[in-house]
Design a protein around this ligand. Structure first.
Ligand code: AMP
Length: 145
């Protein structure tokens, strides 16, 4: 059911795009926004979303928005690797609640992976505000360069 349906303009990411809800923004341009996941599954867990597309998931998004999102996904992935030196980076994207989707505005997860470290549970444990703020500043600086 949640794979199909109407886009809800009151979803939390739509509010973040409109500036009605806060986020730890690390990168923004006309089309794409990247910000820290507030329930990080690892240190550096970042979300990348299209700003103009009212798309719930991969099936609905227009190709132009998707390609712009993916270009930023690659850019952020490179910055995560350069700044945090993880052993790997996981790219994840869920479509429909049974697939794990909880916010119904298309988004890509970039999750740095560190040797010997298991992931935190999905969307479960709120990150420390100070840690997120410091991380935001580090990534923002690299992404602005
Ligand atoms: P998904 O389950 O793929 O829909 O992922 C939604 C993600 O959004 C989860 O990883 C949540 O931790 C994250 N999330 C939920 N609310 C916020 C928020 N206000 N700011 C940043 N990340 C959020």
């Amino acid at each position: 059911m949640s794979l199909h349906g109407e886009y809800d303009p009151q979803n939390i990411f739509a509010k973040i795009i409109r500036g009605e809800a806060p986020c730890y923004k690390v990168y923004e341009d006309e089309e794409v926004l990247a910000f820290l996941d507030v329930f990080p599954q690892s240190y550096g867990h970042t979300l990348v979303i299209p700003k103009r597309a009212a798309a719930r998931n991969l099936l609905e998004v227009d190709g132009d928005s998707l390609s712009k999102v993916m270009a930023v996904v690659q850019r952020v992935a490179k910055v995560l690797v350069a700044e945090l030196d993880p052993a790997g980076v996981q790219l994840a994207q869920f479509n429909g609640a049974p697939a794990g989707q909880t916010v119904f505005h298309l988004h890509m997860h970039l999750i740095p992976r560190y040797e010997g470290q298991a992931l935190e549970a999905h969307a479960a444990n709120k990150g420390d505000a100070q840690v997120l703020t410091e991380l935001q500043a580090r990534l923002q600086k690299r992404l602005a360069a």
